[in-house]
Design a protein around this ligand. Sequence first.
Ligand SMILES: C[S@@+](CC[C@H](N)C(=O)[O-])C[C@H]1O[C@@H](n2cnc3c(N)ncnc32)[C@H](O)[C@@H]1O
Ligand SMILES: CC(C)=CCC/C(C)=C/COP(=O)(O)OP(=O)(O)O
Ligand SMILES: [Mg+2]
Length: 305
Amino acid sequence: MEPSVTSTDLSADVAAASASSSAAMFIPAPATPYQGDIARYWDREARPVNLRLGDVDGLYHHHYGIGEVDRTALGDADDSAYEKKLIAELHRLESAQAALLLDHLGPIGRDDTLVDAGCGRGGSMVMAHQRFGCRVEGVTLSAKQADFANQRARELGIEDHVRARVCDMLGTPFETGRAAASWNNESSMYVDLEDLFAEHSRILASGGRYVTITGCWNPRYGQPSKYVSQINAHFECNIHSRREYLRAMADNRLVPQAVIDLTPATLPYWELRATSSLVTGIEKAFINSYKDGSFQYLLIAADRV
Ligand SMILES: C[S@@+](CC[C@H](N)C(=O)[O-])C[C@H]1O[C@@H](n2cnc3c(N)ncnc32)[C@H](O)[C@@H]1O
Ligand SMILES: CC(C)=CCC/C(C)=C/COP(=O)(O)OP(=O)(O)O
Ligand SMILES: [Mg+2]
């Protein structure tokens, strides 16, 4: 892993920026104390449920899975290889989630640029480049994650097309109106949605596509349930309601083309994960809130008009 430069004042920022190269990453100071907390959270994160799944094929995700469990691939629970098969199956469902997001980006050419807002360790960026051959730019608050994603890109020989940087998704360095598509994969619960969609709207080309997969609380339930509060506390995030997503998109020239309730499709992943040795303790909150209708797993694809 390459060394990172951390700076806290402007002169250090400028020095680090001018020294910026593949050997030293420029790390801006966090825009708010909250963002500093989130950067530290993801810098320290090393949960086996994420690393062991990523080790299956080198695609490291920080999102959840969708689709039916393939019981034939899992085989017999008494088999000594069962746990390994279970990990591979959870990973397959997480990659299926990212593939569904990419399905909604619309036609993307090799010369296009995509933006992954809150890119984590970069699994979705690699999948996007492998599918479209295009350039993919990711931002994360965590220097550790950006280093990890860039290291993976180098290992795959795609570092000229896939790049992660440490940057606030609410104020990116990307040119106005140039991105063919952009997305948030389980990363919009860390930011104000009006600010977020204003930035996507700015960077997207007219007619470009924005996609999010997110967990949101259901206005039909009334208010965030105790399970939603548990999930917020667990991840230090602030889950928004479905209504807030649609309102903030409408305010920022993002017009929904598809709104898909993925709740039934994600429940098998959670039920399977709850039986694994890699449980983290948050499984019940997801399962209970999806089942009582207070929480939804949603894909929204919107046109930038
Ligand atoms: C749950 S992870 C999702 C990672 C990735 N999208 C994936 O699907 O694997 C949330 C990500 O959002 C990022 N994030 C949160 N707030 C951010 C902000 N203001 N600017 C940039 N990234 C942010 C975190 O650094 C982390 O990488
Ligand atoms: C749908 C919601 C509310 C998501 C919150 C954001 C989040 C932490 C996603 C998964 O990350 P992860 O893959 O690091 O989490 P885990 O360790 O639980 O797998
Ligand atoms: Mg995970």
